[in-house]
Ligand binder design. Sequence first.
Ligand SMILES: CC(C)(COP(=O)(O)OP(=O)(O)OC[C@H]1O[C@@H](n2cnc3c(N)ncnc32)[C@H](O)[C@@H]1OP(=O)(O)O)[C@@H](O)C(=O)NCCC(=O)NCCS
Length: 162
Amino acid sequence: MARLEVLRPITDADVPQVLRFNAEHVELLSHLDEDRLRLLLTWTSRADVIICDGADAGFVLVFEPGTAYDSANYRWFSARFGTEFAYLDRIVVDEAFRRRGLASAVYDVVEAAAVDRGRLVLEVNVDPPNLPSLAFHEHRGYREVGRLGGPGHQVSLMAKDL
Ligand SMILES: CC(C)(COP(=O)(O)OP(=O)(O)OC[C@H]1O[C@@H](n2cnc3c(N)ncnc32)[C@H](O)[C@@H]1OP(=O)(O)O)[C@@H](O)C(=O)NCCC(=O)NCCS
């Protein structure tokens, strides 16, 4: 098993690496440039680099309800759940660190922090399907509560009661 050493808040020095991680998987996430990332960082409740074996192994962004985040998915969850959710906007585990339990360890931390909100929510691409992420989230107990988008770009909106 990979050992999650620490979730460390993203600093200015991490911005280029976070943008690289995002760019490597942009078809599974959404576009991020430096200005957009810095704007998101003003709204996130958690914006961490994932550290494993002394290396940067990925990153994770989480939002609480009530921010000005203009994501359609986040707004859908706000309309559906009010203030009773925390929103995991995106996670990347670098390919070199996959299938070693690292995302599971990150979710342990993020879900524990979201218990008071009642649920953790997120979206996963279903058209085209993000099969690793669908497998991960189904394994983790996330269930579809809605869909957004249409042919060529559709997401499954998923929630896990905590
Ligand atoms: C999805 C992602 C975060 C999973 O990270 P990870 O650290 O590899 O996940 P874990 O090792 O904790 O996986 C836990 C379990 O999830 C399931 N799982 C994870 N990846 C899987 C895959 N590629 N295929 C099938 N099942 C998978 C398995 O049940 C796995 O347990 P096992 O390895 O003992 O069989 C990672 O693949 C990733 O960063 N992908 C690119 C970005 C992305 O899609 N982010 C999510 C957007 S919604």
